[in-house]
Design a protein around this ligand. Structure first.
Ligand code: 0X9
Ligand code: ZN
Length: 313
């Protein structure tokens, strides 16, 4: 106890204990935020990291492990938290201090716990839907374009969308937490694995909607900067064109509901050699290259959308 590192994967309790400890270590800058309670009664917690006393600041929201078996995603999310709090590199200080950050390392705590105790390859929630089949896909359960492609109405399917949008207690309560931030959200980042892709909205159509062109430009630079560290190659593109049609995803709902300018879904390492069972030795390199890409995304965004120019007297 007391130790948390990125040389191994951690359980839900270890992650949540570490998050709670951060608010004791950094009481000025870290607040535990309450994303509600899952079907099986687990707390869904995140951290708010803020270096400003003001509210209503430009906000970055990061979610990970909405799919239970994608363990690398919570490992990267906790690494990002640790960097924002503890790395004194000027680019990372700038990033940390320019936004209010809301980071939820485990969006699907019941599934995540089950993937540790019982079935390493579990994906969905743990709400039962038939005698034989348990869980809905929480990344097919959000209201925008719900059940409009790449989702199933069969409770036994791995992509079961649920009987109705937000049928899962976790997605329902997280959606109301996100509603409380609303139009403050300037960036929404969703971590998945695996495939080494940087995906942009939307999942229901190959059409290039909203600010597709700008997200492509920023994303192309981000994958160049990611590759610089270890040579890891990503591809960037919209979901429906690059991976497959998939509706009811969290990012798509947040993008559409709040016109969020910066929205990316990462499919982290690898490309299939280990897949969901990415060895723990790859946590640190994956986290470092991902951090490089995040720095790149915000650097590009700030060049394209300078802020506070008129304040110079
Ligand atoms: O199918 C998914 O939900 C994601 N791939 S995964 O292999 N990690 O399951 C793709 C995300 C699609 N995202 C949205 N439609 N927002
Ligand atoms: Zn996933």
């Amino acid at each position: 106890s007391g130790s948390f590192d990125w040389r191994q994967y951690h359980t839900l309790d270890e992650i949540n204990d570490w998050l709670r400890g951060l608010s004791d270590t950094y009481p000025e800058h870290v607040t535990i935020v309450d994303g509600g309670v899952s079907y099986e009664g687990r707390d869904i917690i995140g951290v708010k990291i803020s270096y400003s006393p003001n509210n209503h600041r430009h906000t970055v929201f990061i979610e990970a492990n909405i799919h239970a078996r994608e363990w690398i995603t919570s490992a990267v999310a906790t690494f990002v938290i640790n960097q924002l709090l503890g790395n004194d590199d000027p680019e990372i200080r700038h990033l940390a201090e320019s936004y209010d950050w809301y980071i939820f390392p485990v969006f699907n705590p019941d599934g995540f716990a089950y993937s540790h105790t019982t079935n390493r390859l579990w994906r969905k929630t743990r709400q039962p839907y038939s005698v034989l089949c348990v869980g809905a896909d929480p990344n097919r359960n959000w209201p925008y374009q719900w059940m409009q492609g790449g989702a199933s109405n069969n409770p036994c399917s791995e992509t079961y969308a649920g009987p109705s949008p937000l049928s899962e207690p976790s997605t329902l309560s997280l959606s109301s937490f996100i509603n409380s931030l609303g139009f403050q959200i300037e960036a929404y980042i969703s971590f998945h694995s695996y495939s080494q892709m940087l995906l942009l909205p939307y999942g229901h159509t190959t059409d290039h909607l909203d600010n597709y062109e700008e997200l492509m430009i920023i994303g192309e630079q981000a994958i160049v900067d990611l590759e610089k560290r270890y040579g890891t190659q990503y591809v960037v593109g919209n979901i429906a064109e690059t991976i497959y049609v998939a509706t009811g995803g969290s990012m798509d709902w947040v993008k559409h509901e709040y016109e969020v300018p910066l929205t990316y879904t990462y499919e982290l390492r690898d490309t299939g050699e280990y897949g969901f069972l990415l060895p723990a030795e790859q946590i640190l390199p994956t986290a470092l290259e991902t951090m490089d890409s995040l720095v790149s995304i915000f650097k590009s965004y700030e060049i394209l959308h300078p802020r506070g120019q008129n304040l110079v007297l």
